[in-house]
Design a protein around this ligand. Structure first.
Ligand code: SAH
Length: 373
């Protein structure tokens, strides 16, 4: 399950496939490598209980899918954005947010996105390609590896790497791309996170703009992951405009598939709503949203619009957001106003954007991409 024409990376291989590769080695080697990578979450080079020659052989056969180009931090070091280069030069980003007892890893499922939501920076850049299983899995492994020693050095006991490794991990497919438009690789990654890394289904969230066939497939899976739906408008006229996939999967059909998901998985669905000043933030918008959310018993997350280069609108003022939430509440719908993380490094919702690497310098550090300038 790799990108077309690409050689597999370590993250692409299942345990059984790695086992075939290690055929001829003592049986415990597979455990050592697999547990080292996915339980201890250490880089291959650090698995010192495995002979160096074997580590090198594996590394040569299955070179990394991702190369770290740049790390940026915000929110006093609690939010970190990683920019990764894929082997073909495409760039993707993932974001780590640390909280007291947990950390949330926001990962990308595609290079670019074809959904073209007007207010989203990834949508504005267009679609490049689906990520492979390895490219998705290695965002998580790479981020956790990066988080380790750095944390220990920088922040001591409160947020140290031991805690980071032991701390509950949430994984959200809320980075670049539409996860349900890359279903097979995304689901294989979910199974890796769950089965091999021990991350519970309730700690994994798939976020979609409303790709109904994908929601139907999710509903048929055994693992009940959380489902978040980026709604932003609860009437078709407005939604067609700001989330054009609505023309293919209109609100009424979407509601039906969400009701089915809820029935099948017994999981609360969340609806994401970027608060866009003067566009979708009136009391009437709130009433429409409430009428949509209530029969689904959905929870609403209100995200103040984050600025993106290609969208002129402003976030709703704080007072308007509070009033909107109150209006929802008066209609019996619970809403949370999301605290924005990482806006200063363009790491917040909808701000991830990274074009192809223009050139790679000899020292291995990436040149600045078009989008960063
Ligand atoms: N394609 C998926 C995954 C992307 S998730 C989806 O649409 O759900 C990114 C989340 O950030 C989505 O809820 C998206 O609607 C929201 N978002 C996009 N642009 C935003 C912006 N400029 N400000 C606030 N939220 C935004």
């Amino acid at each position: 399950m790799t990108a077309p024409g690409a050689d597999p990376s370590l993250g692409d291989l299942s345990r059984a496939e790695l086992g075939e590769l290690l055929d001829g080695e003592p049986a415990y080697r597979l455990d050592q490598v697999w547990d080292g990578l996915y339980r201890q979450r250490r880089p291959l080079s650090e698995l010192t209980n495995v002979p160096k020659s074997l580590r090198q052989a594996i590394g040569e056969l299955l070179p990394p899918a991702l190369t770290l180009v740049r790390t940026q931090s915000a929110d006093r070091g609690t939010t970190t954005k990683h920019l990764w280069s894929l082997r073909d030069g495409h760039l993707v980003e993932s974001v780590l947010m640390r909280y007291r007892n947990r950390m949330t890893l926001c990962i990308s499922s595609q290079a670019g996105c074809a959904m073209a939501c007007s207010f989203c920076a990834t949508g504005q850049m267009g679609f490049d390609r689906n990520l492979s299983l390895g490219e998705i899995v290695e965002q998580v492994l790479g981020t956790l590896q990066e988080a380790g020693p750095d944390d220990r050095a920088a922040r001591g006991r409160a947020i140290n790497s031991g805690a980071a490794r032991g701390r509950a991990i949430n994984i959200v497919f809320m980075g670049m791309g539409e996860p349900l438009a890359n279903y097979d690789a995304v689901w294989a990654a979910v199974e890796r996170f769950h089965g091999d890394m021990g991350i519970g289904a309730r700690h994994i969230t798939v976020s979609t703009v409303g790709v109904i066939p994908g929601i139907e497939r999710l509903a048929a899976e055994a693992l009940p992951v959380n489902l978040a739906v980026s709604l932003h408008a609860a009437n078709d006229r407005l939604r067609n405009r700001i989330a054009p996939i609505n023309r293919t999967y209109p609100l009424r059909d979407l509601a039906r598939s969400l009701a089915d998901y809820r029935r099948a998985k017994r999981r609360r669905i969340s609806l994401e709503w970027a608060m866009i000043g003067g566009v979708n933030d009136s009391d009437r918008d709130a009433a429409e949203l409430a009428a949509y959310a209530r029969p689904l018993a959905a929870h609403v997350n209100l995200i103040p619009l984050n600025p993106t280069p290609g969208y002129g609108h402003q976030p709703s003022p704080a007072g308007r957001i509070e009033q909107f939430a109150a209006e929802l509440s008066s209609h019996g719908v619970n809403a949370t106003v999301r605290q924005n993380r990482g806006t200063s490094i363009d790491a917040a919702c909808g701000q991830l954007r990274a074009d192809k690497l223009v050139s790679v310098r000899k020292d291995g550090r990436g040149a600045r991409s078009r989008a960063e300038r």
